[in-house]
Design a protein around this ligand. Structure first.
Ligand SMILES: Nc1ncnc2c1ncn2[C@@H]1O[C@H](COP(=O)(O)OP(=O)(O)O)[C@@H](O)[C@H]1O
Ligand SMILES: O=P(O)(O)OC[C@H](O)CO
Length: 494
């Protein structure tokens, strides 16, 4: 009888459950989307019950479709949209407010106020590796405690729990027996000292968050509790947990310092393994926990771009230039070879390395012969130029990627991958398995369960489907990139 590892991938727009064979092959997938709520300008919320139901439904569906018995599932791994913040009552397990999503900007003014305190900003940056920004969980927790009636009092009495999505799912799956997170998710809260691997008291005081609300921080491969048998029919051990971008790094087996992956989904997240010593960025990149195994922490540098596939969605739904994202490939191929149109997708500001929340998007360089093909090509190229921005920032920090492994929904676009290699001037490797986020936590769970013995064993499973090599000369690359930089400078506000 064949055994499996069940990976739960709780993302920003959908929840997925994937059954991996013990050889790391994704064999069955179930997915359920859930609603996005935008109750105010810059606010983004999810219904926690809908998230929970979508996870349970996906798990049940994948088990039914695979026609396996639950006892064939050896272990569970959970990976999740990071930073998204939930607070619930420890007694009832009910959340006291919707999930405040990572994209939510409601605490911008609080961050602006706090940023005047230079000592705090330096402390926060040194301890957490992050920048003071509404993106992370800390100000979201504070907002809930300050705005939900009675919440602060209950929190101070030790009656409320905080968790990112992983922690919420562990709590629910274990029927409230386990209040845990892993070090990668903890490192995104803006409350966690990534050097000491513990919650930072000064930051807890600054954001006025009682320590009793916080989960215990475990390794990424660890014992996160056993699921209640009533949920899936049998009790299964949860043994791997990581935030989705770190899980993708793990699934791409980027275990050596200098190895990097970039995930091209709605946004794009480039993460580079920097080894067991954290590297402080001087270029507004994030220093974060890549994974923690047996108490040993591996660190990473991360650059986050808000608009990657989202730009293609805008070309489809906003401008209605295309019907399907996949059409972009053939249209871009037909664009004029002399195309000098630049699309700067700062729809919600610019992420790393600019962190300019007030910048807004623009299309520049239009001429009378500009058509749909050129605009679509510029949309795809914007993803590559932004990746170049991140590559340059990493290099200025002294971290040069030896190669780039890619994954996410956009990477099936060969034209995009070709231009990415051209503009980066580096080889871009596309793996056979692009479900790397889920694979990463399946690997973590498998390590803890003793199915895999070493990271080397996992590395040997990674297979390259295609390598894209750069075709541009240095001169061509520099010219194109300097035009991009000029375009970005035209729209910057800070
Ligand atoms: N062939 C393609 N070319 C360009 N973009 C694509 C292509 N196929 C999908 N996309 C884009 O990829 C994104 C979906 O990727 P996915 O990894 O599923 O995203 P997420 O996990 O963030 O929801 C969408 O924004 C879509 O527009
Ligand atoms: O759910 P995704 O794939 O959009 O990822 C979201 C990131 O974890 C946010 O930091």
């Amino acid at each position: 009888m064949q055994n499996f590892i069940l990976a739960i991938d709780q993302g920003t727009t959908s929840s997925r459950a994937i059954l991996f064979t013990l050889e790391g092959k994704p064999s069955f997938i179930a997915q359920q989307e859930f609603s996005q709520s935008y109750p105010d300008d810059g606010w983004v919320e999810h219904d926690p019950e809908e998230i929970w139901q979508s996870v349970v439904n996906s798990c049940k569906k994948v088990i039914a479709e695979a026609q396996i018995s639950v006892s064939q599932i050896i272990s569970i791994g959970i990976t999740n949209q990071r930073e998204t913040t939930l607070v619930w009552d420890k007694g009832t397990g009910k959340t006291i407010y919707p999930a405040i999503v990572w994209q939510d900007r409601r605490t911008s003014s609080l961050c602006d106020e706090l940023s005047e305190d230079e000592e705090l900003v330096t402390h926060l940056n040194n301890k957490t590796g992050l920048l003071l920004d509404p993106y992370f969980s800390a100000t979201k927790i504070k907002w809930i405690l300050d705005n939900v009636e009675g919440a602060r009092k209950k929190a101070e009495a030790g009656k409320l729990a905080f968790g990112t999505i992983d922690t919420f799912l562990i709590w629910r799956l274990t029927k409230g027996r386990c209040h845990y997170t892993d070090a990668t998710n903890a490192s995104r809260t803006m409350l966690f000292d990534i050097h000491l691997q513990d919650w930072d008291q000064k930051l807890l005081q600054t954001f006025n968050i009682p320590q009793s609300m916080l989960p215990k921080v475990l390794n990424s491969a660890d014992e996160f509790g056993k699921t209640d048998p009533l949920i899936l029919g049998e009790s299964i051990a949860i043994q791997g947990v990581a935030g989705d971008q770190q899980a993708a790094l793990f699934g791409q087996t980027c275990f050596k310092s200098g190895m990097a992956k970039s995930t091209y989904g709605t946004g794009c997240f480039m993460v580079l393994n920097t080894g067991t010593k954290p590297l402080k960025s001087e270029n507004r990149l994030l220093t974060t926990v890549a994974y923690r195994l047996n108490g040993e922490t591996t660190y990473a540098l991360e650059g986050s771009i808000f608009m990657a596939g989202a730009t293609i969605q805008w070309l489809r739904d906003g401008l209605q230039l295309i019907k399907e994202a996949s059409e972009t490939e053939s249209l871009a191929k037909m664009a004029s070879p002399n195309n000098q149109v630049f699309l700067v997708p700062a729809f919600t500001g610019l992420g790393a390395p600019y962190w300019d929340p007030n910048a807004r998007g623009a299309i520049l360089g239009l001429t009378r012969d500009t058509g749909i093909n050129e605009i679509v090509a510029a949309g795809l190229q914007s993803v590559c130029y932004q990746s170049k921005d991140l590559q340059k920032a990493m290099e200025s920090d002294g971290a040069r990627a030896t190669n780039l492994r890619v994954d996410g929904g956009m990477v099936k676009n060969d034209w995009l991958m070709g231009f990415l290699a051209d503009i980066l001037g580096a080889e871009v490797d596309r793996p056979e398995i692009t479900e790397t986020t889920a694979l990463g936590v399946a690997y973590l769970a498998g390590l803890q369960a003793g199915i895999y013995k070493s990271l080397d064993e996992l590395s040997s499973q990674w297979r390259c489907e295609r390598t894209f090599s750069p075709r541009f000369s240095k001169q061509q690359r520099d010219k194109a990139y300097s035009l991009w930089q000029q375009a970005v400078n035209r729209i910057r506000c800070d």
